[in-house]
Design a protein around this ligand. Structure first.
Ligand code: SAM
Length: 271
């Protein structure tokens, strides 16, 4: 494809994939099929897009950069639709697909990857799976185990509702321009509530946020206003533990207890 004179834009997190082997590995991991509906976030110059088109799947591109979107405008048709939108505000459930069948793919702009993943998790009922290129550190956080430094809010909220499969590591040299950090591809499969289903997803989200804004504190202090020591102990959880040592299912139990007690979480802070 002719890229015109487009220069990579830092503000849109543009690091274009150029390594053909990595591109082939990602497309193999996604394994899009005819009849499926795939949303690609940030097609850019099309490193992944051409292979997705070739798969025969119906493809929806969400691209914020008008100059890059222009590369795709002329190729749109029934099987290739372009949404010149900010993915952070895009309603993925508006894409016509069988319920819960939308597949999402993206070499994501690193500066917005975490809020974008929370935005997608909120729409996960429409989504079958997601394949993302992210900073390796973010994939490490998603796949982390309790008691490790990587374990935090992102871990708990992703693992609460998704199966997390790290797929492949990608060095900086696979991109142009090369990013400063290593990258990795992860597959997230929503609908896997392996740790229990919270009575209030809202309470769980706010309790986990509150717990990890104060991760150096003991649970008793970190959850003040939500559950007291006795409430925490009654679940068989030691209130002296630190939030990062709790399993996802323990967070679900704490959330249910706070919900049952009618607790009102503290106001939402920044991500
Ligand atoms: N998929 C291409 C590739 O692998 O070479 C480009 C990946 S580049 C890391 C990120 C892409 O996301 C760029 O095309 C960029 O313009 C686009 N982008 C950045 N912010 C976006 C946003 N908020 N919504 C939609 N697309 C965005």
């Amino acid at each position: 494809m002719d890229h015109g004179d487009h220069r990579p834009r830092k503000r849109f997190g543009q690091n274009f994939l150029t390594d053909q082997r990595v591109i082939a590995d990602i497309l193999r991991a996604v394994h899009a099929r005819p009849g499926e509906t795939v949303a690609e976030i940030g097609p850019g110059r099309g490193a992944l897009t051409e292979g997705l088109i070739a798969s025969g799947a119906s493809l929806h591109l969400v691209e914020i950069d008008r100059d890059l979107a222009a590369l795709w405008r002329a190729r749109t048709g029934p099987a290739l639709q372009l949404h010149e939108k900010d993915a952070l505000h895009f309603d993925f459930s508006s894409i016509p697909a069988e319920p819960g069948a939308l597949r999402v793919v993206g070499n994501l702009p690193y500066n917005i990857s975490t809020p974008l993943i929370f935005h997608l998790l909120a729409q996960s009922a429409s989504i079958r799976d997601m394949h993302f290129m992210l900073q390796r550190e973010v994939v490490d956080r998603m796949a982390a185990s309790p008691g490790t430094a990587d374990y935090g809010r992102l871990t708990v909220m992703v693992q609460y509702q998704c199966r997390v499969d790290p797929v492949l590591e990608v060095p900086p040299g696979a991109f142009f321009p090369a990013p400063k950090v290593h990258s990795a591809v992860v597959r997230l499969v929503p609908g896997h509530f392996d740790h229990g289903v919270a009575q209030s997803a809202h309470m769980l989200a706010l309790l986990v946020r509150q717990a990890f804004t104060q991760r150096r504190k003991t649970l008793r202090n970190a959850l003040s206003g939500l559950l007291d020591s006795a409430g925490i102990s009654s679940l068989g959880i030691d209130p002296q533990r630190r939030p990062e040592t709790l399993s996802v299912s323990e967070f679900v139990r704490l959330s249910d207890a706070a919900h049952a007690a009618g607790a009102v979480p503290e106001a939402e802070g920044e991500d």
